[in-house]
Design a protein around this ligand. Structure first.
Ligand code: MG
Length: 166
């Protein structure tokens, strides 16, 4: 039986929390992306936008898939060579970025611009996820979190068309 929408949303939030990513940490990234473009933007608005994004089925699917692969890699459960590729966060792999783009594309081209930018700067939680601490694998999670923030930021940009966002 396929899980219902509420269950999937709860599971997504639970998995993110278990992997050390809070809603507020993602909201901070949204603020980082949009603060110069939307006057008086509040953290509450950023958080709300993240929640809306996380309610989308295709985005939940990407998150639960990516986190599962990170976890299996930590447990050394993947087949070779995928195990080594994900374990070492190999630069040429690229499927983590493809998964991230499937998230940002939901909100149009502004989303991929935002994602490219945040992936390069790696502010806040993204720096932490990219630390490559021994035994901890965030090959997918860093891209997924950046993508959710980029998507949430794009939503806000579309919601404030009167302000010259881009
Ligand atoms: Mg990655």
């Amino acid at each position: 039986m396929t899980p219902n929408q509420t269950e999937l949303y709860k599971t997504t939030l639970k998995l993110l929390t278990q992997r050390g990513v809070s809603l507020d940490a993602i909201a901070d990234l949204v603020m980082f992306l949009q603060k110069d473009y939307i006057d008086h933007l509040t953290l509450a608005e950023c958080r709300e936008s993240v929640q809306v994004v996380l309610r989308k089925r295709e985005i939940q699917n990407a998150i639960i898939t990516g986190i599962q692969l990170d976890l299996l890699a930590e447990q050394k459960q993947l087949m070779s060579p995928l195990q080594e590729i994900i374990e070492s966060d190999e630069g040429l792999y690229g499927i983590d970025e493809v998964m991230a783009l499937s998230i940002v594309n939901v909100y149009g081209s502004i989303g991929s611009t935002n994602y490219g930018y945040i992936d390069k700067i790696k502010p806040g939680i993204l720096a932490k996820l990219n630390a490559h601490e021994p035994g901890i694998i965030h090959t997918f999670l860093d891209d997924l979190v950046g993508a959710v923030a980029a998507a949430a930021a794009s939503r806000l940009a579309h919601a404030h068309p009167e302000e010259d966002s881009y």
